[in-house]
Design a protein around this ligand. Structure first.
Ligand SMILES: O=c1ccn([C@@H]2O[C@H](COP(=O)(O)O)[C@@H](O)[C@H]2O)c(=O)[nH]1
Length: 232
């Protein structure tokens, strides 16, 4: 893992046909690609294999959350696609997290396995409604520590919690942060957001950016602008 933040473009498109025009203008040196539930459901595993074949680091963001055996098999199936990173929900609990870890333990070139803490779209009020009375920050740290102790490689969190996670879980524990918004970009459904330069200044390993790039008039120019802002 380099010191500089890696950018993963969230390919939140309806289907492969809509995603290819952007992918065809990108190179594996420039960014990684995140494939989420919408695109995976419509484009399937062959699409992911093709991205891997083209040399892209692929983050398969399917956020598995199920009983341990099911998650173990799903993580293994994802890993066999050759992806760089796969994820589960930390709130599935220790045995589920360990099952995810064990799924790839003996694989050569295994993917990183990370866990979602508190979705970046959620506020303290959202948490209260699902029975969690602590702040997002406190709950994120609790889930990050659980994830670390279960032997996973890192977490999905918001950039707001990144420093506290480094303090609680140590260096080398990956922080993957969606909810990244350049100044002036629409917030949309995200709630715990930060600008790319602010997030990069915190040393966050992976910045996930979707709509500010994919919905720009010129997505490649938008990506380049963001990359430039990290070095300015
Ligand atoms: O807590 C989370 C976990 C995952 N995501 C995913 O990241 C991207 C963000 O896209 P934007 O368009 O930049 O908001 C999207 O695919 C989410 O499913 C997240 O946002 N928050």
């Amino acid at each position: 893992m380099t010191q500089q933040s890696l950018i993963f473009v969230a390919l939140d498109y309806a289907d492969a046909k809509s995603a290819w025009p952007l992918i065809n203008q990108l190179s594996p040196e420039q960014c990684g690609l995140k494939v989420g539930k919408e695109l995976f459901t419509s484009a399937g595993p062959d699409f992911v294999r093709e991205l891997v074949k083209r040399g892209f680091k692929v983050f398969l963001d399917l956020k598995f959350h199920d009983i341990p055996t099911t998650v173990n098999k799903a993580v293994r199936a994802a890993a066999e696609l050759g992806v760089w990173m796969v994820n589960v929900h930390a709130s599935g609990g220790r045995r589920m997290l360990e099952a995810a870890r064990d799924a790839v333990a003996n694989m050569p070139n295994r993917p990183y396995v990370i866990a979602v803490t508190v979705l970046t779209s959620m506020t303290a009020e959202d948490l209260r409604e699902v029975g969690i009375d602590t702040s997002p920050a406190e709950h994120v740290i609790k889930l990050a520590q659980l994830t670390k102790s279960a032997g996973l490689d890192g977490v999905v969190c918001s950039a707001w919690e990144a420093e506290a996670i480094a303090a609680a879980c140590g260096k080398g524990f990956l922080r993957v942060t969606p909810g990244i918004r350049p100044v002036g970009a629409e917030q949309g459904d995200q709630r715990r957001i930060m600008t790319p330069p602010e997030a990069a200044a915190l040393g966050i390993e992976v910045l996930v950016i979707g709509r500010p790039i994919t919905q720009a008039t010129d997505p490649v120019a938008a990506l380049k602008q963001i990359q430039l802002s990290l070095t300015a």
